[in-house]
Design a protein around this ligand. Structure first.
Ligand code: GTP
Ligand code: MG
Ligand code: ZN
Length: 305
């Protein structure tokens, strides 16, 4: 049956030139609200410009065959690159404490890349059943100093999963990012009953994940809440405006914005700069400094008024 009206929907999956769109519209008693869609040819946006997480307007709706055409794109709030996902409200950086081993420099890079999006960032430490309680507490203390209240998960303790699930249900669209093999899909399977997405054990040879998840897909947790599972990736390059970097470290941001410290130069990068008043006595300062130095930019600080 063809419907004349236009529906608004959410892109939940993308493959080749097709998009799976969940319609917001309720019709009849049909519980399947998903439509297989293509983009209208005459529209002046190209295929690659519609991403998972985008809201779209559907036309030429065939409710029997579950087909429709994407007529236009609703203005998006943000776009995460690598993997490309639109309209994210929360980022969960997922890292395991063992198998693969926790790599602090990598956690730092994931957090910085997440902070760049300007949305709420949370840190989740998985596989805490593989370390002692004492070690777990030390890690929580460490990340508190980094500015994050780490959520620690243990496969043998469902309580933490339940708490996280309650939290996720309050968020609009959360994304799980982190290296391969840390347990992103395992977590998703526990949160969404009956999902049963493929997971795989970490390679015993190379002690790394096997890149089990291949696609970006949005899963519904409740009618107003979604989660995106992503393929694990080890971030190599970060593209950040050097002047933005101090704002992406809570340890620096808090000193500048909350405590109101002033350096001699406006936009001071806090690297041996003359007249810098930042308290550099925090663990991640070395990472920060290395990151600044790795961006080969000819940056000139601007003198404060
Ligand atoms: N011991 C322990 N193992 C876990 C835990 N969470 C996940 N695992 C195991 O870790 C392995 C990798 O889990 P996945 O969920 O496939 O990891 P992933 O992050 O989705 O990996 P990619 O899809 O490759 O990015 C599986 O064998 C899981 O059973 C945990 O809390 N404790
Ligand atoms: Mg996975
Ligand atoms: Zn400074």
């Amino acid at each position: 049956m063809k419907v004349e009206k236009k529906y608004k929907g959410l892109v939940i999956k993308k493959f080749n030139e097709f998009f799976l769109v969940e319609s917001y519209q309720k019709y009849n008693s049909d519980s399947n609200k998903n439509f297989l869609c293509k983009i209208r040819k005459s529209v002046n946006f190209r295929n690659q410009l519609v991403f998972v997480g985008d809201e779209v307007i559907l036309s030429q709706i065939d409710t029997t065959r579950k087909r429709a055409i994407i007529e236009s794109l609703v203005k998006r709030k943000n776009l995460l690159e690598r993997p490309s996902v639109a309209n994210i409200s929360n980022i969960y950086v997922i890292c395991s404490v063992q198998e693969p081993k926790l790599n602090l420099s990598q956690v730092n890079r994931f957090l910085i890349s997440a902070e760049q999006m300007g949305v709420e960032v949370s840190l989740v430490l998985t596989k805490c059943d593989l370390i002692t309680e004492q070690k777990r507490i030390l890690l929580v203390e460490k990340f508190k100093k980094w500015g994050y209240q780490a959520i620690t998960l243990n496969l043998n303790s469902p309580k933490n999963f339940t708490n996280l699930m309650i939290e996720l249900k309050k968020k609009k669209c959360s994304i799980f990012i982190g290296p391969s093999g840390v347990g992103k899909t395992t977590l998703l399977n526990m949160i969404i009953p009956g999902l049963n997405n493929t997971t795989a054990s970490v390679s015993s040879k190379i002690k790394r994940g096997k890149n089990t998840t291949r696609n970006v897909e949005l899963f519904s947790l409740s009618s107003k809440s979604y989660i995106v599972d992503t393929p694990g990736f080890n971030m190599q390059t970060l593209e950040i405006d050097i002047r933005e970097l101090p704002n992406l470290y809570p340890e620096i941001y808090r000193q500048v914005v909350i405590k109101g410290i002033h350096c001699k130069f406006r936009n001071c990068l806090h690297i041996n700069d003359q007249g810098c008043n930042l308290n550099k006595n925090f663990e991640r300062y070395t990472f920060y400094k290395e990151m600044i130095e790795s961006f080969k930019s000819h940056y000139c600080p601007i003198q404060a008024d």
